[in-house]
Design a protein around this ligand. Structure first.
Ligand code: AKG
Ligand code: FE2
Length: 720
């Protein structure tokens, strides 16, 4: 069970629980659940500290009219790291608040408040709302001492009730606010009641001045050592220059663009670390970055650093190079225990920095250490497992009375990856040979060599590039796979349904029409925007008619950007899940099984899932596709007017030059005759029985049905 799950389980037991979410870039979030049982209901409050970047809060979307109790056991807001709300509060959030929305009250004549401030609109018994929705909002910026907060409502709230977001209110605690609906008309009738919102000013240090490392001078952390001057000046300089030189092309960002979590850039040697799953990718077929072999670290300027480190940590087989611009940091975390061995060392170059250690549990002590340029910090024992480490996102540090400006810092962190064969970066050479999957001979055109970035470019970038065209054609045609629609209809009304790999939300309406709350998640931010933001339309002969007045889109499901291999939802939350045309974009068997395991994890016991992916066997499908191999690139053509980076928004699109397209979309191929731009998408098409095998390997799932439909293999499963 994950730490987060344990926390929720504790919460369910009605105990007070404090935990450190500590998810990588989320910023070492402290969450405190305090709760009180009142019959079947639980009153809760959550205190979240130190959210240095917007993360990933989500809870399923209520359809209009669905009644759910306020913070009851069944609908506590569930959140896990890994997802990203599109159109959320931006990156400066340092506080998360749980509030309750009470809606559907009588509309008042003039609800307008010119200042856009809170209004005193405490509801009376007469106004007892007919729906109550707990939700979480992010706040930014945090202006103490008045705690003036800009509130951004979760998109689902916006989608469900059509309210306008971003409203400045003051002094959250226990107050009510009005929210805006439609065109600048304030509706007092829709009241957001802030229930015990907690606002912790965690940026204390800033207000009080920087905390000097000296303050923690006497705190001892077992297992923490700093060796100053580990690199001499020349070694330090050469190493820094190597990574900052324009010839160093290995920098990679598991960035927003990729739906990832990192703001800073990294390079991985030996094994790639996947920040969304917080795990090492052991089979080296990863979309998440280049896995450098001997190349980089063999350069004379850095090989000496590696060799020096090897004298301290002989078993190390992985190195992560982190680049921190001033103002960038790393959230409080313990390096994944299951992935890395007992000692971790990190070498600083370019700039010194203060690293902050915090004791987990116990007295919650803190220790700051100054990492000078050329120094090495080693963490083992308690320092490795019982304390988190973090670097605050600041531009300065206070070191023994002096305020020091940070400059670019490049650190090299060396670790030993557990459970791998061979010696990692020391012997790994990317041969560059065209090698098929599972021993099948490959040709570049029809068989993808499963290489590190295959999903990054061939799936995430692909869908972001083609999103507008995609949603235009697909949604307009609105063709839904019949079995998936049948599956949605087979779930009891009111189910929470996960749409894993929701794309532009094609199935949202089908779920909605069956009375479900649909929560989508997809790696493509551009597609999620379409799913929640009205980017697409419904039509065609198979379309789902949704009579809601206005656009059905965005009102019938909620989407969050996230990874199917690390779903941003807690365990056992969904009654049903669909995963349609997603599994054929995963580039290794390990990743396919991981995806199934994630779906299983978030399903309740007895919850069911429908999983479908392209079949290699296309005969009788009536389609034009023929697959010779299982791992293939499949082109998709886009009209330039749908290419957003050259200004295409779906309008006329005249005058977009070919040069500009080629510049902005180097991965696209422009066909002059057709006037279309073609993008390749990575697919792994399934052969008969393969899906069932994966299900078997996943375990814990009972197969209710399996077969072939319209060129796809499907399995319907139930969680045991
Ligand atoms: O930049 C550093 O020195 C620390 C990096 C780190 O903690 C990590 O990558 O886990
Ligand atoms: Fe770390």
């Amino acid at each position: 069970m994950s730490e987060e799950t344990e926390m929720v389980v504790e919460w369910m037991k009605g105990k007070d629980t404090t935990m450190d979410m500590g998810w990588g870039e989320g910023g070492g979030v402290k969450v405190k659940w305090i709760n009180e049982r009142k019959g079947d209901e639980i009153d809760g409050e959550i205190v979240v500290n130190n959210v240095s970047s917007l993360s990933d809060v989500s809870s399923p979307t209520p359809a209009n009219g669905v009644k759910i109790p306020w913070l009851s056991l069944s609908n506590i807001p569930k959140f896990l790291p890994g997802g990203k709300i599109v159109g959320g509060g931006g990156g400066d959030s340092n506080c998360v608040i749980i509030m309750g929305l009470e809606g559907m009250e009588k509309e008042e004549e003039d609800g307008r408040d010119d200042n856009g401030n809170e209004r005193d609109s405490t509801s009376t018994d007469d106004d007892e709302p007919d729906i109550r929705i707990p939700y979480i909002c992010y706040t930014y910026p945090f202006n103490s001492p008045n705690h003036t907060i800009k509130v951004t409502l979760l998109p689902y709230l916006k989608n469900t009730l059509g309210v306008k977001v971003d409203k400045v209110i003051s002094n959250m605690n226990g107050k009510s606010i009005s929210i805006q609906k439609g065109n600048n008309k304030w509706r007092k009738s829709r009241v957001v009641k802030v229930e015990k919102a907690f606002v912790n000013n965690v940026k204390k240090g800033e207000k009080e001045g920087l905390i000097d490392v000296e303050v923690y001078r006497d705190v001892e952390v077992e297992g923490l050592t700093v060796i100053e001057g580990f690199l001499n000046e020349q070694e330090e300089r050469e190493c820094f220059d190597y990574f900052t030189s324009p010839t160093c092309k290995s920098w990679f960002s598991q960035s927003r663009k990729r739906g990832g979590l990192l703001r800073r850039r990294v390079i991985h040697y030996g094994y790639v670390f996947d920040y969304s799953t917080q795990d090492v990718i052991r089979d080296r077929t990863t979309p998440l970055g280049t896995c450098e072999g001997m190349g980089g670290l063999n350069d004379i300027s850095v090989a000496s650093v590696r060799d020096k480190v090897l004298t301290i940590l002989p078993g190390c087989n992985q190195c992560t190079v982190n680049e921190y611009e001033p103002g960038q940091g790393i959230g409080g975390h313990v390096d994944t225990e299951s992935a890395f061995g007992e000692e971790i060392v990190s070498v600083s170059t370019g700039s010194g920095v203060v690293m902050e250690f915090r004791e987990i549990g116990g007295k919650g002590r803190r220790k700051d250490v100054w990492l000078e340029r050329g120094s090495l910090v080693s963490m083992k024992g308690d320092a490795r497992y019982k304390w988190t480490h973090a670097i605050s996102s600041r531009k300065t540090d206070k070191v023994f009375g002096k305020i020091l400006k940070r400059t670019k810092r490049i650190s090299l962190t060396f670790r030993s990856v557990l459970n791998v064969e061979g010696t990692g970066f020391m012997d790994y050479v990317d041969s560059g040979e065209e090698e098929g999957v599972g021993g099948v001979a490959a040709t570049p055109q029809d068989n993808v060599k499963v290489r590190p970035d295959v999903e990054g470019v061939g799936v995430v970038d692909f869908y972001n590039n083609v999103a507008l065209q995609w949603t235009h054609t697909r949604s307009l045609r609105g063709i839904l796979w019949p079995r998936a629609v049948g599956f949605l209809a087979s779930l009891p009304p009111g189910s929470f349904v996960l749409d894993a790999g929701c794309g532009d939300g094609k199935y949202f309406a089908a779920g909605y029409c069956n009375g479900h709350w649909v929560q989508g998640v997809d790696v493509s931010e551009e597609l999620v925007k379409c799913a929640v933001g009205g980017g697409g339309r419904r039509g065609g002969k198979d379309r789902m008619q949704v009579e809601m007045g206005g656009s059905a889109y965005g009102k019938v499901g909620n989407g969050v950007v996230g990874d199917c291999l690390k779903l941003p939802f807690i365990d056992e939350w969904f009654d049903g899940a669909i995963c349609i045309a997603v599994m054929h974009h995963l580039s290794s068997r390990e990743r396919r099984v991981k995806c199934l395991r994630e779906i299983r994890r978030v399903l309740k016991v007895g919850g069911r899932a429908e999983i479908q992916a392209w079949a290699m066997e296309q005969e009788g499908a009536g389609g034009k596709r023929r697959f010779e191999k299982q791992d293939v690139w499949v082109p998709f053509k886009v009209q330039p007017k749908y290419l957003q980076r050259v200004g295409g928004g779906g309008g006329e699109g005249g005058g977009i030059s070919e040069d500009k397209i080629m510049e902005e979309y180097p991965e696209g191929k422009v066909d002059l005759d057709e006037g279309l731009v073609s993008f390749d998408r990575y697919c792994h098409v399934y052969v008969e029985g393969e899906m069932e095998e994966l299900v078997k390997e996943c375990g814990g799932l009972e197969v209710e049905g399996a077969g072939w439909e319209k060129g796809n293999w499907f399995v319907t499963v139930k969680k045991r």
